[in-house]
Design a binder for this molecule. Structure first.
Ligand SMILES: [Zn+2]
Length: 312
């Protein structure tokens, strides 16, 4: 049975996954649902913020952010709650603009001492506590503004940051519904190989990410999450979308597997600049990995691949 949406809380579908797991395209498709709003990543990347290119950052609609009516309205509405919020001040992010502070304090680490140090620092050090409390208010204001401007009931967040989710899961005004999105470890390793990275390292990183996600959900979640294979999403899109709608408490609506990012206001992945997109599965790893590399990738990811129900 679909879960009903509690009117006083903001329902947020939050994607958990590695880079290139297909979250951007899933977010854009879900954004075509009349009751769901997604903006891809919820802030301009750290790199662009550091070099001060935020107001001129290109939205998928073709405008720079400073000229995009959708984003300007969001900024205006969030500012009613969080003064100073703007294209040069994304108060809802948990990253630090200072590189050293970011390296020390940001991230949901797989190493227990580091995780512990960050937990303690964020509860004991006044500047960090202040940042968390501002981010808490700003995230709620951001989600509410996006739903108001985008005229939706459920926000679909493709941001993927585990550290951010760790705090949002404890936010009383948010009804977080995590979505663990996976893509075959061999596809992830093949993407890494194309970028010049060793296959074994990529496969290890893939496994580490999903182990860490499981740890985060077991520790901070309420047992409520859904797992979606990107491959199923592509091959049986209507069924997967139906399952996601049920999980998010949104009505089941038939969505077209072809859409234009130009009609949306999405940040993040470069696919947002495409004229039109269609949902299709990629098995390009078959051409990119030889049998030895495939074995290496599977060795690192085998246990999780089985858990996730992949056949190999
Ligand atoms: Zn736009």
């Amino acid at each position: 049975m679909p879960e009903t949406i509690e009117s006083d809380k903001v329902t947020v579908g939050y994607v958990i996954g590695t880079p290139y797991c297909g979250s951007t395209i899933m977010g854009m498709l879900m954004n075509t649902h009349p009751d769901i709003v997604s903006v891809g990543e919820t802030a301009v990347s750290r790199r662009m913020r550091r070099i001060g290119r935020t107001a001129t950052y290109p939205c998928s609609c073709g405008n720079e952010l400073q000229a995009c009516p959708f984003w300007n309205e969001i900024v205006k509405q969030v500012r009613e709650t969080v003064s100073g919020f703007g294209f040069d001040c994304w108060s809802h992010v948990y990253t630090y603009d200072n590189r050293l502070a970011d390296a020390i304090f940001y991230g949901y680490s797989g190493r227990r001492p580091i995780r512990w140090m960050r937990e303690v620092a964020h509860s004991a050090l006044p500047p960090l506590r202040k940042k968390l409390s501002i981010a808490k208010v700003a995230n709620e204001a951001f989600y509410r503004a996006a739903l108001a401007v985008g005229d939706g009931k459920v926000f679909f967040d493709s941001d993927k940051s585990l550290f951010r989710l760790r705090y949002l899961l404890h936010h009383d005004a948010l009804d977080m519904r995590p979505i663990v999105l996976t893509k075959d470890v061999r596809q992830y390793a093949a993407s890494g190989k194309r970028r010049g990275r060793p296959v074994a390292d990529c496969a290890r990183e893939w496994a580490q990410h999903y182990r860490l996600a499981a740890h985060l959900l077991s520790r901070h979640g309420n047992g409520n999450y859904i797992h979606v294979r990107h491959e199923d999403f592509c091959q049986t899109m209507p069924q997967t979308v139906g399952t996601l709608c049920d999980y998010l408490g949104a009505r089941r609506v038939e969505l077209s597997d072809r859409f234009s990012p130009r009609t949306q206001h999405v940040l993040g992945n470069k696919v947002r600049h495409s004229e039109s997109l269609s949902i299709r599965s990629s098995t390009s790893w078959r051409e990119s990995l030889d049998s030895r590399e495939e074995a290496v990738a599977l060795k690192e990811g085998e246990e999780l691949m089985q858990q996730f129900g992949y056949q190999f």
